[in-house]
Write a protein that binds this ligand. Structure first.
Ligand code: NAD
Length: 499
């Protein structure tokens, strides 16, 4: 029986006004588990109105008091940790250990936001002129909105709203329609933690909700994470409507493998980065660029490891990789494998024939490995977002760096080497927002900024970390003088110089 899901607005569950619905699947079984109401424009506007009404009182709540709500939320996440993990596995399909890592990362966003009294401290200059002081402070924006992708249903929404509300904003979240339950559960936990009704609202749906958020004058800022075409649309439309927008987009992260790299370490790191979460991570590594004779040494170890990759349902603790998110996406990824063969790449490991007893209807695909991929191939150029790793051979380090930098995406990049000089040159010159040195998935922690370059990020701010606090606040600088007998002066018509 499919569960009827809901929106969460003003602290209450709403099952929709009988309009459109979508189906939520368990991807391991290929079965429908949820019936999700899609909000109309009017329903979305009602949620925005609720958030707008909650804003003045929440903005006036001292940061310390706001932080205490987040402290309680953190404790509740610890308490309900396994429930959240199972919601992620059930609707996304990723394996248990990976879902535990994701929920931990989500919790760390709340921990970061607990520090908001410190993070909001302004700057003060005494005596900028005689008897004049000047200070700057950061104030909330108003109602902010977040639109999140399917691949991190617990973590990505929490990149956004804990920091936004800690800063004194109210929030409307539209999670992915493919796996919304974790976001809904988190919002209910926030209420349980003492968050006043209306401060955080979750509205489900698709483009109709997104377009309403992008154009409604009450929304001040939009955080988006998803694919590049939608990110570009969200950025252009939101900006055209006068909003502050950060839109994190697609990726095709390269790992440069130098001949001197520790190949055992490199192989294991590459396995996790290419096939973890079935390659459905914006920080996955779908391209390994081998330099010089590194290819042979790497492939000797990598091929048997991909062949023995344990694919299975996420709830099986032995599974290393679960299913893809939907049947359509699995078929699209399989289509890329067929395309790669047509384009002349060498399919060294073919995961297309994988069948799992008892899970015949699940959206599974085995790990696939291409060798001799070249930069003109579509399997190199496009984001596949599945368990397909391409090996591209480069003669020199300079060629590998140039190749990495010429790709349209620049989210993450990694280098595996024992040579500090090469690693330093790579981290300095590579056109990517996040760089790993012998670290294949260099995802910054909550207290650092997260974001890419080129077609992987539209906007001036990275997400979470100090940039997150800046994104969700606006600066005000006050210059003050108190009347003092010796400083009283008549009118002055010149630009004040404060001397
Ligand atoms: P998506 O772009 O299909 O969807 C993202 C969100 O946008 C969802 O909430 C969806 O409902 C909404 N949406 C989809 N189409 C829309 C449209 N035409 N108009 C308005 N809204 C629309 O992305 P996805 O498939 O859910 O997620 C995978 C993508 O997200 C990949 O490209 C991945 O690289 C990217 N991603 C990037 C980062 C990052 O930090 N750069 C992180 C996670 C995922």
């Amino acid at each position: 029986m499919a569960e009827t899901l809901y929106h969460f607005v003003g602290g209450t569950r709403e099952t929709g006004n009988g309009g459109r619905f979508g189906e939520v699947f368990n991807p391991a079984l290929g079965q429908v588990t949820g019936r999700l109401p899609y909000a109309s424009k009017a329903e979305t506007e009602a949620a925005i109105a609720t958030a707008a009404e909650a804003f003045p009182s929440w903005a006036a709540t001292p940061p310390l008091v706001r932080a205490r709500v987040l402290f309680r939320l953190k404790a509740l996440i610890v308490d309900r940790f396994e429930d959240l993990v199972r919601l992620v596995v059930g609707e996304h399909g990723k394996v248990l250990s990976d879902a535990r890592g994701e929920v931990t990362r989500a919790m760390e966003m709340v921990e970061f936001a607990c520090g908001i009294p410190h993070l909001l401290k302004g700057e003060f200059s005494e005596n900028v002129g005689r008897g004049i002081d000047c200070w700057s402070m950061r104030q909330p924006l108003g109602v902010c909105a977040g639109i999140s992708p399917f691949n991190f249903p617990a973590m990505v929404p929490l990149w956004m709203w804990p920091i936004a509300i800690a800063c004194g904003n109210t929030f409307v979240l539209k999670p992915s329609e493919k796996d919304p339950s974790c976001a809904l559960h988190m919002a209910e936990l926030a209420k349980e933690a003492g968050l006043p009704d209306g401060v955080l609202n979750v509205v489900n749906g698709d483009k109709e909700v997104v377009d309403t958020l992008l154009t409604d004058p009450r929304i001040q800022a939009i955080s988006f994470v998803g694919s590049t075409p939608v990110a570009h649309y969200v950025y252009a439309t939101g900006c055209a409507h006068g909003k502050r927008v950060q839109a994190l987009a697609g990726a095709k992260n390269h790992m440069v493998v130098m001949p001197d790299a520790d190949m055992d370490q490199t192989t294991e790191a590459l396995m996790g980065a290419a096939y973890g979460s079935a390659g459905e991570r914006c920080m996955a590594i779908p391209v390994a660029v081998t330099v010089g004779d590194a290819a042979g040494k790497l492939l000797d170890k990598l091929v048997p490891r991909v062949q023995s990759l344990k694919v299975g349902p996420g709830l099986d603790p032995d599974s290393e990789m679960g299913p893809l998110i939907t049947r359509e996406h699995r078929d699209k990824v399989r289509g890329y494998v067929e395309l790669g063969i047509e384009e002349g790449a060498e399919l060294t490991v073919d995961g297309r024939e994988l069948r799992l007893q008892g899970y015949e209807d699940g959206f599974f695909l085995g790990g696939c490995l291409f060798d001799h991929v070249t930069p003109d191939m579509r399997i190199y150029k496009e984001e596949i977002f599945g368990p397909v790793l391409s090996v591209v051979r480069a003669p020199t380090f300079a060629d590998a760096l140039a190749l990495t930098n010429s790709h349209e995406f620049g989210n993450g990049a990694a280098i595996f080497t024992r040579d500090g000089d090469v690693a330093r040159e790579f981290s300095s010159q590579v056109e990517a927002g996040m760089v790993g040195i012998n670290v294949s998935i260099p995802v910054p922690l909550a207290f650092h900024n997260f974001g890419g370059r080129k077609n992987s990020l539209f906007g001036d701010h990275h997400i979470h970390g100090p940039d997150g606090v800046h994104f969700y606040t606006q600066c005000k600088t006050v210059t003050a003088r108190w009347p003092a007998a010796d400083l009283r002066a008549g009118s002055t018509f010149a630009m004040p110089t404060m001397s």
